[in-house]
Ligand binder design. Sequence first.
Ligand code: FES
Length: 103
Amino acid sequence: MPKLIFIGSNGNEKIVEAENGLSVMEVARDNDIDIEGTCGGSISCCTCHVIIDPDWFDVVGEPNPDEEDMLDLAMGLKPTSRLSCQIEITNELDGLRMTVPEE
Ligand code: FES
């Protein structure tokens, strides 16, 4: 199973195993990471915002246009920001590092 590394706003890292096919948001919620995912993945909130480690952004890829519009409303937006409900877990993402911004 791929492993994901979530970095909290306090700098603490949490490594979790992720099942392929789930979204990063779902994995975060299942593992008590501080990501709400209020809309359940329908791109109508920003509560699943994560900042992807720049070294990983090419692997994860750019946000889709709807996601980009929603991200414009996110607090602390960064060039590598993504909505975690729109990132599907694959083996390629093994070792992915991302920061969970403080909302
Ligand atoms: S959970 Fe609402 S946009 Fe991701």
